[in-house]
Design a protein around this ligand. Structure first.
Ligand SMILES: C[S@@+](CC[C@H](N)C(=O)[O-])C[C@H]1O[C@@H](n2cnc3c(N)ncnc32)[C@H](O)[C@@H]1O
Length: 219
């Protein structure tokens, strides 16, 4: 789906993905702000808050959760409608939290899009790309991590159309945990902590997600 199709999907007033963050994001990220070493950024300064990049943030449910849990977040999506919905939800939060989230409307696969960085956390949650683009994106995301930083990739598993429920049915954009591990390759300098399928309860039955959590080793 392109940006216009996502805009059309998000134009309805309700939140398509709901307001609460994804459970797996919460499970793996909760407490990470205290565990991850915070090292000086390119300007030589140690950031006041840990920094997160939410690639393809949609309506911002995960970015908003991170912001309320003390992260400085850059939330990027190519749907302006999705970004605007996230920003609207943020207006109901306190100013200090609101100011922690930077919203950016951009195609994250474009090499010349400035995604900032480095980050203590990069999320790639339900961003479904064709394999070559996914590989580039995963490798770019890994390269943006600080030492000790975490990359979390989560999406609909390739087995979901046959054995799970809901989600896109186009096998070309689905992936397995092993695909993402292969995308990272041996030369990315990233250690894979978790690569597995997980079940996500939905109203129609359990969906099968592919999860990879990887860390850039701290010195
Ligand atoms: C299934 S939604 C997931 C949204 C969010 N990560 C979440 O979990 O709530 C997929 C999102 O990917 C975005 N997206 C797809 N391709 C993109 C691209 N090339 N650049 C930026 N955003 C993209 C869409 O606009 C959409 O918001």
């Amino acid at each position: 789906m392109d940006a216009a199709e996502w805009d059309a999907r998000y134009v309805q007033s309700e939140l398509v993905w709901g307001a609460p963050p994804n459970n797996t994001v919460v499970e793996f990220v909760h407490g990470l702000d205290r565990r991850v070493p915070r090292l000086p950024g390119p300007d030589g300064e140690v950031p006041e808050l840990p920094r997160a990049l939410d690639l393809a943030c949609g309506e911002g449910r995960n970015a908003l959760w991170l912001g309320t849990h003390g992260w400085q977040v850059r939330a990027v999506d190519f749907s302006q409608v999705g970004i605007d919905k996230g920003r609207t939800v943020a207006t109901r939060l306190s100013r200090s939290i609101r100011e922690r989230i930077t919203w950016q409307c951009a195609d994250v696969t474009e090499a010349d899009v400035d995604l900032g960085g480095p980050y203590e956390l990069v999320l790639m949650v339900f961003l479904h790309l064709l394999p070559a683009e996914r590989r580039q994106m995963v490798r770019r995301a890994a390269a943006m991590l600080t030492p000790g930083g975490m990359l979390l990739v989560l999406g609909h598993d390739s087995s979901n159309p046959e054995r799970g429920h809901g989600g896109p049915q186009d096998s070309a954009i689905l992936f397995t945990p092993q695909d993402v591990v292969a995308d990272l390759g041996d030369d990315s300098g990233i250690e894979v902590d978790t690569a597995r399928q997980i079940l996500r309860p939905t109203e129609s039955g359990d969906a099968i997600d592919a999860l990879v959590v990887a860390t850039k080793p701290a010195p």
